[in-house]
Design a protein around this ligand. Structure first.
Ligand code: NAP
Length: 309
């Protein structure tokens, strides 16, 4: 396993708990060391983690991070046995997936593209949804791994189909989150209790469990990272890259990316993606208005948070 961040660490634990032998590498070794207590061996280099392994999982931030860990003399590709399988589970987008698949082919290693849906808690509970794609003959080898980290696996076709589906899903959920941020901000500005808004849509055709989850976080200004905003921004950029490849104009998703970038500039990159709320609640360089029915919390808090940054 290369990468023991928010997702990689619990996935490694679940693999070990399922009885698989696991060697893990992380760029910052100290972050991987707690896994020793779970019976996981920590490797000093990606090559050391990969040597002799039947399957290697990458769960790293982005395409550049994956390429860095796989390439070079200490990289995993140089050490992977010939008939081994590289299971690439990071969200890296379409272009990077093509490049990574090509580098696997050059080394005679099978490549499975299998990003996941689900955040920190589903990862801890082994309840991720795996979007598997790759050679038919690799499915059996992947099965115990995917069963250990996920509740469901959807096989989608040849390698690349997983990251393409992930792009589509991200376009949907990033738009939903941004729409929610604006809706909560609008409710607050109009003196409509945003909790009543959530209760009104709950369970109905225009409701979504995701809206309850992220909407509550926005109302409570509770942005403990489940999916960090900086990675949501990376995903929004990957959606943009995918659309550009097909010369498809997606104005809504361009705005979503701008809002995420703005929230990151305001200092919320390491908070949960729901913190995109702050980009809406803080019009650029403009007076933020008078406190409203809810104590003007959005505007006043933005003023305070700006003052302290
Ligand atoms: P994370 O907690 O930020 O961990 C990122 C990992 O990438 C860490 O191991 C980090 O190492 C490593 N890394 C970053 N840059 C690197 C580089 N240049 N070279 C080598 N290693 C590098 O991220 P995460 O939440 O686990 O996400 C991992 C992947 O899963 C991402 O592609 C993300 O989009 C995707 N994903 C995340 C979620 C989620 O809810 N978190 C859900 C679905 C999919 P250090 O520890 O040294 O920084």
């Amino acid at each position: 396993m290369l990468g023991t961040g928010t997702m990689g660490a619990p996935m490694a634990r679940n693999l070990r708990a399922a009885g698989l032998e696991v060697r893990a590498w992380n760029r910052t070794r100290a972050k991987a060391e707690p896994l020793i207590d779970d019976g996981i061996t920590i490797a000093d280099t990606p090559a050391e983690a990969a040597r002799g392994a039947g399957a290697l999982i990458t769960m790293l931030a982005d395409g550049d991070a994956v390429a860095a860990a796989m390439g070079g003399s200490d990289g995993a590709l140089a050490a992977m046995p010939e008939a081994s399988t590289w299971i690439q589970m990071s969200t890296v987008g379409i272009g990077a997936t093509e490049e990574l698949a090509a580098s696997a082919a050059e080394c005679g290693v099978a490549f499975v593209d299998a990003p996941v849906l689900g955040t920190k808690e589903p990862a801890e509970q082994g309840q991720l949804l795996v979007l598997g794609s790759g050679p038919q003959g690799q499915r059996e080898r992947c099965r115990p791994i995917f069963d250990a980290v996920g509740a469901t696996t959807r096989w989608l076709g040849e390698a690349g189909a997983g990251n393409r589906m992930k792009i589509v899903l991200n376009g949907w959920l990033l738009s939903l989150t941004e729409a929610l941020a604006e809706t909560i901000a609008l409710a607050e500005a109009l003196g409509v209790d945003p909790t009543e808004f959530l209760e009104t849509i709950d369970g109905g055709p225009v409701g979504a469990p995701y809206a309850q989850l992220k909407g509550r976080a926005m109302i409570d200004r509770s942005f403990e990272p489940s999916f960090p905003l900086r990675l949501a921004l990376k995903d929004a950029e990957l959606v943009g890259e995918a659309a550009l490849r097909k010369e498809l104009e997606l104005p809504l998703l361009r705005i979503v990316a701008d809002q995420l970038a703005r929230a990151a500039e305001l200092g919320h990159g390491d908070e949960d993606m729901a913190a995109t709320y702050w980009a809406t609640a803080a019009p650029a360089n403009e007076p933020l208005g008078e406190p409203g029915h809810y104590g003007g919390r959005g505007a006043a808090e933005v003023r305070r948070s700006r003052a302290t940054r």
